[in-house]
Design a binder for this molecule. Sequence first.
Ligand code: ADP
Ligand code: MG
Length: 383
Amino acid sequence: MEDRHTECLKSNRDFLCSNISLSTGLLAKLTKSGVITDEHLQKLLNIKRNDTTKAAVLEFLTEVLPRRAPEAFNLFLEALSKSAQKHIADHLKKWLGDVCSEDAGTFERLRAELQSHYKRRLASICPMPWQQDTSIYLNLTDVFVERQLKLKTNNKGDERIVTMDDLFTPQQTKEIPRRLLIEGNPGIGKSTICQTLAHEWGKQSCGRHCRTLCVHSFDLVLYFHAGDFIDEESVAHAVQKHLLPSDCRITTSELQGVIEAKNVLIIVDAFDEANAGNRTLDRLIKGDILRHKTLLITSRPNFLQNKLSLFDSKFKVEGYDKEEQLKHVERYAAHQNIASAPFESMLEEESIIDLCSNPLNLTLLCLLREEDTQLMITRTALY
Ligand SMILES: Nc1ncnc2c1ncn2[C@@H]1O[C@H](COP(=O)(O)OP(=O)(O)O)[C@@H](O)[C@H]1O
Ligand SMILES: [Mg+2]
């Protein structure tokens, strides 16, 4: 059961024990909707008979309901409403509502924390992360080349080219996609797409993206590496550990409440790097948790085979075409404040043409070319 529901039951225990009538109507509805099993029913009736209704209600609130599936809480409220105990359901809803309005302040704080985290941490690309001290940092906004994605339109392999602006646009079913997958080879630009989405959202303004259902339509964007979920029991725990400063006093149950109440995009990069034993991520993909939130996952191809059917939209990101290669080197040259001609001529060099379509390779080639713009980069020289 969700933390805030557990808290709600705890805070209202006295009230519930004194007011709930374990009527046949209520018990029948709880059994029908699967909140209690026949065994639970027998046990509760025994306690009611041998002890008191209060004791049976207490058993239900502390031993039964908290151990049932997350939806059990709402089914319990429904059962109350339909068995002439609506005032009790309303009392609990009001309690949750009051907590939510306290969440309004939490939401603003969380949003501000995340935005400043993304603005600070995601502003640059580090193409050689293994060399962090001496490494080159490129300004993301300056060097980013807008990507095209191939959207799979059916199971027969048909595809349609879409832009990043169309990622969240409803496709065939006209429903907003909730589970999205971007697959592509290493170095092709998956992480950079995720970084750009979170960074754009952090900037608050829509800018050029505002035509469509863009990343700014989300109240919150939670940007993770798949490994961030390992050993974390919930998304809220992962947010607290990986996205917020340790002195930011937002509790996991407050986070959970806000995540549930708001329109949230959860970005999880690099499924292929950290999927083994990643239970929270599995539950997220399956929709066991937060199924109404939008989840965008990236991975190298063929890592999600048995989970593919869980995704509403599947995209492929492939190598740069000629135009994108040109844009890439022009932006790189402008960023480094040097002429772009030597980089452009590099794109024509027969022996390395196949390398230039991969953004990572092309970035590394640009770095080498910059070292010595007099030399021509050839395959042989590279090796
Ligand atoms: N859209 C892009 N615009 C400019 N450079 C890019 C872009 N995509 C990738 N790159 C370059 O390629 C490198 C590798 O990309 P990355 O997103 O890490 O690939 P992947 O996650 O698919 O392995 C980046 O560090 C960056 O230098
Ligand atoms: Mg990556």
